[in-house]
Design a protein around this ligand. Sequence first.
Ligand SMILES: C[S@@+](CC[C@H](N)C(=O)[O-])C[C@H]1O[C@@H](n2cnc3c(N)ncnc32)[C@H](O)[C@@H]1O
Length: 363
Amino acid sequence: MSHRALVTLPPILTERVTNTLLFVGMKEAILALPGFPAPLTYTARSYELRSIKDKGLCLFATADFDTGDLIICERPLFVSTVVHPFSLRPGDPSANDAIVELLSRMCEYDRLMFYVLHNCKGNDRPREQGIIDTNAINIGALPGYDGACGAVCMESSRINHSCTPNVISRWDLLAFTMEIRALTPIRKGEEITMSYLELDEAAPRATRRRELKEKYNFFCTCPSCSLTGAAGKASNVRRATIQRLQETSYDDDELEKWINDASAPEDKITKACLFVLDMMEKEKYFNEKVWAVRSQRLCKAYCAMEKLEEAKKSAIQAAKIWKALAGNDGGWLAVAEAPQKTKYWGLRTKKIREAKRAKAQEA
Ligand SMILES: C[S@@+](CC[C@H](N)C(=O)[O-])C[C@H]1O[C@@H](n2cnc3c(N)ncnc32)[C@H](O)[C@@H]1O
């Protein structure tokens, strides 16, 4: 037990305090963050819990959401330094002692909310460990520790899995809160789903199903896993292609080259970006990096060509995507207001004018 610290964070009493199982030194590193703890963001509860055969409790939208909209913002019941702490340390009796101690520190309501969460691990480990392994959502690294950490939440941990999820989780470190935002537009009455996949979201169906069965004990029947024959193969190919695109460059070299080469096809950049964005839309697999980079590059290309309406539309979409992934619009709404003010505005049209003038002089 000496290497772990049982801590309640953040140190204010008006909102839920989160019980944490952290390594020594992490509490101090978190408390030293400028601005910690930031206030909670309150959201209207626009979802409800319903029980569905073979899936247990599920979250359903009770309002329409657009990409980037905040659906849940909550402080977790419990945060720990490993997403699956106990499956990695089977038979470590002190780990369970620490959890039981933490649970005893929770208020009665939070403790009850913890114990009613689903346990997909049955009797093969203590119940507390099973609940954490079933419900912890990966929140990435925390100050003072580079490994993945996990948060068990009262609401967000009720979200079921889909390989074509319509929401994404984001950890707000300063507010110490879990944010769930819409990844795609969601209609009232639709189930809210997130991806549990950690190893490889782009993996073929069989690999995804194996991971989900091993970790969460269910057989995935999401829209993507339900595709058969040629449609199933096409889905696997799309995922692998999107994954490979992740390895391509994120800088604007290609865009700059196109801007400066008047002989390059006019739609070279926009066509490539739209092709990738359309593939992600078809597959409903939004690889974060590929998605963000392509949507922003598309807008920059329209700006370079002085295509006002297209630039505005693509900037609005980039703002939504940025919001879903980062929690804010990343400055793209300002671009949507006045694309003419961006540094890319007219760069390509100017280059083409110059090339035409040079040609005329030559003639
Ligand atoms: C984090 S819990 C999600 C909420 C859970 N349905 C409940 O009743 O509390 C994870 C468990 O939900 C179930 N589950 C999640 N996604 C599922 C899906 N797509 N199909 C079937 N069961 C699913 C599995 O039993 C899994 O172990």
